[in-house]
Design a protein around this ligand. Structure first.
Ligand code: HOZ
Length: 428
């Protein structure tokens, strides 16, 4: 029995499913999740000493790679002078100023501790501001595990067959309407059926949680126009895409400005963080400025601010990182796509910048009904072939994989080669 097997056995006795977040378990692909003991750059090492080229990147935050020296130094320095004040600090102001300066929609911002907290808080703000209850989301999109979002949800909820989870009150489920991603007409129909009742439309502007699905031209613009017409708050959930697909997020990349934005992952540099913000008139509804209540003991935590600021400042000082991520991602994509085409496999690869997914489905995948038709059994074989070859990919079809500034050209070429071999063994 390996160390990792033993740890999994121990964990299963006292942690539900042996993991602290469902997508980490290998339930969708079989086998035992690897327990990691250290990380450096683009690599992870498990408790048995095996090293992996990592394409999970802690599910998005590690855009600079693991243990980047500027981030480690910032955290170490901060740890020596205070880990949690329970009172405001200068770094929270610096973080808010940086976010407001760089993310087009942000006029004010509130720090929280996770992406889930950010999305829950953002729809409360939208409801408080509009005095309406309904929200429109998209089938296969995932906005964390708040009650309102666990309806036709993607990511782990789809992977584990609970897109609408037990335990969600009927009222919460009833107040969530689902539309089809990349289908503006489906949104229009919901607005028409519910006049003056929709508080917010929330969307992942590039979906990562049904696998990587880019918006089709005109889709985000269509949502913007509909929300403006119906006085509804447009929320971009940029927890995954913020500072990932461009420094200013998907809203900068696609030139569409939402009313509210949720952030997380990269802005914490690997520590637990979230944020939500947007138009001043909406954000001034938040307590103590206004009546919409939201709070948090560790919100704006100094260690998290230090790690996040170090990461964001490094990205700002090195804009070439985004060009490099794009070029290396494009090379991997074209190599894998050529292989799939030349072999005639029923698969495709979709990518936006440094996030991508190989779908076991001929594609193109533009919405959940198409993503959900992927052959997940084949995905499991492919996943294990890669894991055996030392490539650490998300253990589920309905996820995006991420590369980082630490992934060298040769790392990316090796990954493309191993993906091709894994596809051959899956289809062979
Ligand atoms: N939201 C991410 C999955 N798409 C990672 C967080 C998790 O569910 O563990």
């Amino acid at each position: 029995m390996t160390n990792t097997d033993q740890l999994y056995e121990r964990a299963r006795q006292i942690i539900p499913g042996g993991v602290n977040s469902p997508v980490r378990a290998f339930k969708a692909v079989g086998g035992t999740p690897r327990f990691m003991s250290s990380a450096q750059g683009a690599y992870l090492t498990d408790r048995d000493g095996k090293t992996y080229l990592d394409f999970i990147g802690s599910w998005g935050p590690m855009i600079l790679g693991h243990n980047h020296p500027v981030v480690v130094e910032a955290v170490r320095n901060q740890a020596e002078i205070g880990m949690s004040f329970g009172a405001p600090s200068e770094m929270e102001v610096e973080m808010a100023e940086l976010l407001v300066a760089e993310v087009p929609s942000l006029e004010m911002v509130r720090m929280v501790n996770s992406g889930t907290e950010a999305t829950i808080s953002a729809i409360r703000a939208a409801r408080g501001f509009t005095g309406r209850e309904l929200i429109i989301k998209f089938e296969g999109c995932y906005h964390g595990h708040g009650d309102s979002f666990l309806s036709q949800a993607g990511s782990g909820a789809a992977t584990f067959g609970v897109p609408t989870s037990p335990g969600v009150p009927e009222g919460a489920a009833r107040s969530t309407l689902n539309a089809r991603f990349n289908d503006t007409e489906s949104v229009e129909a919901l607005f028409e059926a519910n006049p003056d009742k929709v508080a917010a439309v929330i969307v992942e502007p590039v979906v990562g949680n049904m696998g990587c699905v880019p918006p089709q031209p005109g889709f985000l613009e269509g949502l913007r126009a509909l929300c403006t017409e119906h006085n509804t708050v447009l929320i971009f959930d940029e927890v995954m895409t913020g500072f990932r697909v461009a420094f200013g997020g998907a809203q900068e990349l696609f030139g569409v400005t939402p009313d509210l934005t949720t952030l997380g992952k990269i802005i914490g540099g690997g520590l637990p963080v979230g944020a939500y913000g947007g138009k001043r008139e909406i954000m001034e509804m938040i307590a103590p400025a206004g009546p919409v209540y939201q709070a948090g003991t560790l919100s704006g935590n100094p260690l998290a601010m230090a790690a996040g600021l170090a990461t964001l400042r490094h990205l700002k000082d090195h804009p070439e990182i985004y060009q490099q991520l794009e070029a290396r991602g494009a090379a991997l994509e074209s190599s894998v796509a050529d292989h799939i085409r030349s072999k005639g496999y029923e698969a495709c690869i979709q990518r936006v910048g440094s996030m991508a997914t190989v779908f076991f489905n001929p594609g193109p995948v533009q919405s959940w009904d198409e993503s959900g038709k992927s052959n997940t059994e084949r995905f499991g074989k492919y996943f294990h072939a890669l894991l055996d070859a030392g490539i650490h990919m998300p253990p589920a079809q309905y996820e995006a994989f991420f590369s980082s500034a630490s992934h060298s050209e040769s790392d990316m070429a090796r990954a493309a080669e191993e993906i091709a071999k894994a596809l051959d063994s899956t289809f062979g």
